[in-house]
Design a protein around this ligand. Structure first.
Ligand code: NDP
Length: 319
């Protein structure tokens, strides 16, 4: 089978198309023939070595497709079933052996493209808005990179919950997209903290920040006293170490750095979050923008586009 491998960490040029043996599903595993592969920002961190993975490895951790074979001891999954998964390393490939417990059935009426476009980022939005800081009607919420994969879903879900939503994005075109998704205000990054503080009458209740280094301090400044900064990513680079006393000085603020893995800790939680996200998409409450699709062998270009801030919504690879 063909797969995109990383033998040394670095820029998009380290992504190489290689021929590998098709994996055999081990005990408890299922062999999935991938139809669609989700590209996520975390793939760039792993490619660069920011999140270390033992070399060499197959990149990617999200996909959707059809069950080809099941390993020993697997019950409840059969060849031909349509499935999706997130947070399982090795999806930039034609086939992947996936632990059965990490598979999510794709509901009738939802196509594989939508499932792969939605699962990881949708569940992320679900835990961020339902669990990390449960947003309530009337809350004021700031979302950075509002036109991105996670950001575009965050805006919509927060609006569904009755929040006032402030979004940032780097271009007027992206800001118009944020408004079309329901954002009440779409702002450039320059001076966002002061603008949000003024518009919200003293600061927002929560900031969802996946940009990191370049927005971190402004995000703290944009909060009301006792507000919460949810730092969930670092597309502009890692945030340098900080003195916790800063949180005191800036208004007894809360800071958390969550990850999806800890919010899908068992099968029940995984199926609950995936089910709610898929249902919202099927009922029309969540618009999924597939901003770019590339054939698997052009994974380098997909990474260049994502890191070059040229994409809106979700980026997919097609094997
Ligand atoms: P996006 O589609 O949001 O792409 C990243 C966006 O970040 C860009 O489009 C760009 O939007 C913005 N950005 C701001 N500054 C920079 C910069 N210096 N370089 C590059 N981009 C920049 O990606 P994803 O939706 O895949 O992920 C968004 C964030 O969410 C990432 O940080 C990711 O790691 C995180 N994440 C975290 C999870 C968790 O559980 N903790 C799970 C899933 C994702 P603009 O041009 O508008 O600035």
């Amino acid at each position: 089978m063909r797969a995109i491998r990383v033998r040394e960490t670095g820029g998009p040029e380290v992504l190489r198309l290689e021929e590998l043996p098709t994996p055999e599903p081990g005990p408890g595993e299922v062999l999935v023939r991938l139809e669609v592969i989700g590209v996520n920002y975390i793939d760039t961190y792993k490619r660069k070595g920011l999140y270390p993975v033992p070399l060499p490895f197959t990149l990617g951790e999200e996909g959707a497709g059809v069950v080809e074979r099941v390993g020993e001891g697997v019950v409840g999954v059969r060849p031909g079933d349509r499935v999706a998964f997130a947070n399982v390393q090795g999806s930039y490939a034609e086939y992947q052996a996936v632990p059965a417990e990490r598979l999510v059935p794709i509901p009738e009426g939802l196509d594989a493209r939508l499932a792969a476009a939605l699962l990881l980022q949708g569940m992320t939005v679900h835990y961020l808005l339902e669990s990390t800081y449960p947003v309530r009607a009337g809350d004021q919420v700031l979302v950075h990179a509002g036109a991105g994969g996670v950001g575009s879903l965050l805006i919509q879900w927060a609006k569904r919950k009755g929040a006032t939503v402030y979004a940032t994005a780097s271009t007027e075109e992206k800001r118009a997209f944020c408004r079309a998704l329901g954002a009440d205000y779409a702002l450039p990054y320059e001076g966002f903290a002061q603008a949000v503080k003024a518009l919200s009458g003293g600061g927002v209740d929560v900031v969802y920040d996946g940009v990191g280094k370049e927005t971190f301090l402004g995000s703290l400044e944009a909060l009301r006293p006792r507000g919460m900064l949810v730092l969930f990513g670092q597309s502009s680079g890692p945030v340098p170490p900080m003195d916790p006393q800063v949180l005191n000085r800036m208004g007894s603020l809360f800071l958390t750095r969550p990850t999806l893995h800890h919010y899908t800790k068992d099968r029940k939680e995984l199926l609950w979050r995936a089910g709610e996200v898929f249902r919202a998409a099927r009922e029309g409450g969540l618009r999924v923008k597939i901003g770019a699709e590339f054939p698997l062998e052009r994974a380098q270009e997909a990474h260049e586009a994502l890191e070059g801030r040229k994409t809106v919504g979700k980026v997919l690879l097609l094997p």
